[in-house]
Design a protein around this ligand. Structure first.
Ligand code: G3H
Ligand code: 13P
Ligand code: ZN
Length: 332
């Protein structure tokens, strides 16, 4: 049993309470490799922001769960080395699929876990979430549950259709499970293709696709039911069109990739939404920089030559999210 507190990590309880009352959101960035981890820590230190570093099952398969845990421990030391005296870093399991996966993360030093029972019948979602909460709280690990289904195209997290969260269920769910935060579905989805072109309108000025607005009425109804309770938004990448253009200009083929407009995320961050999940934007920033670098330097073959600009592009993107979208800067 590894106690996350001995690793210098924190759980989400205090940072969520401050974010809800302060009208901002904590960034939850996925990481799968060292360059993402470095860019996340650099951005968090530079902006004096708390940060959630999250690990999906796909990341555990790709990078090895033990290594990722040691990287998070290293992230705390790295943040201190960069000059941050008191880093607030959470190591979080993203989309835990079972009690066993959550337990293995809790036992190995994670400070927060998500149990995603959103695809299960309601009573089964309550039961598995309750079981994870009972175990996690013994070690002061915080737990995110989910109600409502997000559509998505990733390997590990996918559903054909989304279903908005039913506001009339949230009090019962939170009371019965004891979860510390709740992910809801209000129209976001995973991946770089969040909306079909048919769901969008075309901006006459730019010719770009404009997605439909998020269901803020559902968010407001949830907030009314659970005043001050921490709410989480998954699928919150904005799919920056300049990165998509760079990828396509240098040999990529991303067609009609559309994300959540940043002004909608800004609005969400000012509400009880206190955790905003971003993964796809990091993938796009990395891929755009790598494609550009290799196209411009066909003689390069040292990975450091193309991963350095990739890391720098991710850092810039993370700083932008923290300062201009989530508002979690200067909160340490
Ligand atoms: O919500 C899903 C995250 O973007 C992780 O995706 O399972 O492909 O690592 P992944
Ligand atoms: P994006 O695919 O929009 O980045 O969402 C990531 C996410 O929700 C991770 O849990
Ligand atoms: Zn997610």
């Amino acid at each position: 049993m590894v106690d996350y507190k001995t690793l210098g990590l924190v759980n989400t309880r205090e940072m969520f309470a401050k974010a809800v009352s302060g009208g901002y959101a904590i960034p939850a960035f996925n990481f799968n490799n060292m360059e993402q981890m470095q860019a996340i820590v650099q951005a968090a230190v530079e902006t004096k922001s708390p940060v959630i570093m999250q690990v999906s099952r796909g990341a555990r398969d790709y990078a090895n769960a033990t290594l990722l845990r040691y990287m998070a421990e290293g992230a705390v030391a790295y943040a201190k080395e960069l000059g941050c005296e008191n880093p607030q870093i959470v190591l979080h399991l993203d989309h835990g699929d079972s009690f066993e996966t959550c337990k293995s993360c809790i036992d190995s030093g994670f400070s927060s876990v998500m149990i995603d029972g959103s695809a299960l019948p309601y009573d089964e979602n309550v039961a598995v979430t309750r079981r994870v909460v009972e175990y996690a709280h013994r070690f002061d690990v915080t737990v995110e549950g989910e109600l409502g289904v997000l559509a998505g195209v990733e390997d590990e997290v996918s559903a054909a259709e989304s279903h908005y969260t039913k506001p009339e269920e949230v009090v019962d769910f939170v009371t019965k499970t004891g979860c510390d935060s709740l992910a809801i579905s209000i129209g976001t989805s995973h991946g770089a293709y969040k909306f079909t072109p048919e769901q969008c309108t075309v901006d006459p000025a730019t010719g770009r696709l404009l997605p439909p607005p998020l269901a803020f009425d559902v968010l407001e109804a949830v907030e009314k039911q659970l005043p001050g309770f921490p709410i989480v938004l998954h699928g919150s990448s904005s799919v920056p069109q300049d990165e998509v253009d760079t990828i396509n200009a240098y040999g990529g083929a991303l067609k009609a990739a559309v994300g959540i407009p940043e002004e909608q995320l800004r609005k969400a961050a000012r509400s009880a939404v206190c955790k905003i999940n971003i993964d796809s934007d990091s993938r796009l920033a990395m891929t755009a920089a790598v494609r550009k670098h290799l196209a411009e330097h066909p003689d390069h073959f040292d990975p450091r030559q193309y991963l350095k600009p990739a890391r720098e592009n991710m850092r810039r993107m993370y700083v932008h999210k923290i300062v201009n979208v989530l508002g979690s800067n200067n909160k340490l």
